[in-house]
Design a protein around this ligand. Structure first.
Ligand SMILES: NC(=O)c1ccc[n+]([C@@H]2O[C@H](COP(=O)([O-])OP(=O)(O)OC[C@H]3O[C@@H](n4cnc5c(N)ncnc54)[C@H](OP(=O)(O)O)[C@@H]3O)[C@@H](O)[C@H]2O)c1
Length: 334
């Protein structure tokens, strides 16, 4: 059990606290809901206090049983956990985010969620497990009014006390510039892909300067992501020379170097693993043997701008390719 007092915390812009590291729960098509929920059970006992859930991961019901058991057995109190979930893209319509959160809360056996995210900034939906190149004819580019119609419903969930924080995910600076001035309640958290091979410095700095705490997904470079999300050009964060060198110097796994880098940089990594030795070392590494300034510097210079979660399944029929989702020329791609 890792000593709670040693795990650093961040204070969010609304004064609430969140641990500096959490556990991801996306089993993709490789790990069953039972494997993931067993890992959550072990992780609570090891000292994890932040869990990143989502309805689309298809395992909230089993994870809810684990939370309930941990509360009943007195292993942890509800208020000691920070639990997140996300509204999926097919539930952005009028009244739907409330229904989606109600189902998530029922499945997770909770009265409130610590943070509720818009999983993606558009309502584009694809069938689970569909082919990577398939396009849904109903998909469309980002539309500010549509986004805000969903966000304002999350604001109401916040007003009702059902969500203690509301957040966004997979945003870009142009999209944030368009929506932040329109938000009655600003996001306290934003999830984005962050690992040594994809550091998103500009977006990271933008969030920090707007008092929004970044949460980094795929912090290890998601080696077990679905095959449809892999391309021959992908760079492995764990194989970067700077990461390998630090792993050797500290006698630790390169995965753990990625996490130390993340925590020391200031984002909240949410690594996934169903293996106890892995998830224990992932948590423990935040409490001991930090990377040196020169190691941090070497990793920051090794950025390969290599996005792994390209989102190609969300493309609208007229889009050129996945780059269109990420507004790379500085304006929202229509
Ligand atoms: N907001 C979003 O849209 C979004 C998108 C993607 C992900 N997420 C969240 O982010 C979480 C993490 O992302 P991810 O699961 O894609 O990728 P990840 O955490 O970067 O990689 C997970 C994989 O890394 C390996 N690993 C973990 N700890 C290790 C260790 N100590 N030593 C060696 N290998 C280790 C494991 O592979 P092996 O099984 O081979 O050991 C594991 O399956 C997800 O679970 C999900 O909660 C959110």
């Amino acid at each position: 059990m890792v000593d709670q007092n040693k795990i650093p915390k961040h204070t969010l812009s609304n004064g609430l606290e969140i641990p500096c590291i959490g556990m991801g729960t996306f089993g993709s098509d490789r790990f069953s809901p039972a494997e993931v929920s067993n890992a959550v059970s072990g992780a609570i006992k090891s000292g994890y206090r932040l869990f990143d859930c989502a309805s689309v991961y298809g395992n909230e019901e089993l994870i809810g049983k684990v939370f309930n058991q941990a509360f009943t057995e007195g292993i942890v109190k509800r208020e000691e956990l920070f639990i997140t979930s996300k509204v999926w893209n097919d539930q952005h319509g009028k009244g739907e985010p409330l229904l989606a959160l109600a189902k998530t809360l029922r499945d997770l056996q909770l009265d409130y969620i610590d943070a509720y995210f818009m999983h993606w900034p558009f309502p584009n939906y694809h069938a689970p497990g569909c082919d990577g190149d398939s396009r849904n004819p109903d998909s469309r580019p980002f539309i500010v009014e549509e986004f805000m119609a969903c966000w304002s419903q999350l604001e109401k969930l916040y007003d009702m006390g059902l969500a203690k924080n509301i957040g966004m995910s997979s945003m870009t600076i142009p999209k944030l510039e368009a929506v932040l001035p329109l938000c009655r309640i600003k996001p306290t958290l934003i999830e984005m892909e962050l690992h040594p091979a994809f550091q998103q410095k500009e977006l990271f700095d933008y969030c920090v300067s707007h008092n929004i705490q970044p949460i980094g997904f795929c912090p290890i470079g998601s080696p077990t992501r679905p095959d449809r999300d892999k391309t021959p050009d992908d760079v492995s964060a764990m194989e970067l020379p700077s990461v390998q060198a630090a792993a050797k110097a500290h006698n630790i796994h390169p995965a753990v170097v990625c996490l130390k880098w993340a925590v020391q940089r200031g984002q909240i990594p949410i690594p996934f693993s169903v293996y106890e030795p892995e998830y224990v070392s992932n948590l423990k590494c935040t409490t001991e043997d930090p990377l040196s300034e020169s190691e941090m510097d070497a990793i920051s210079k090794d950025d390969k701008n290599c996005r792994l979660i390209k989102g190609q399944v969300f493309l609208w029929p007229a889009a050129k390719d996945w780059h269109d989702l990420w507004d790379e020329d500085g304006t929202i791609t229509k």
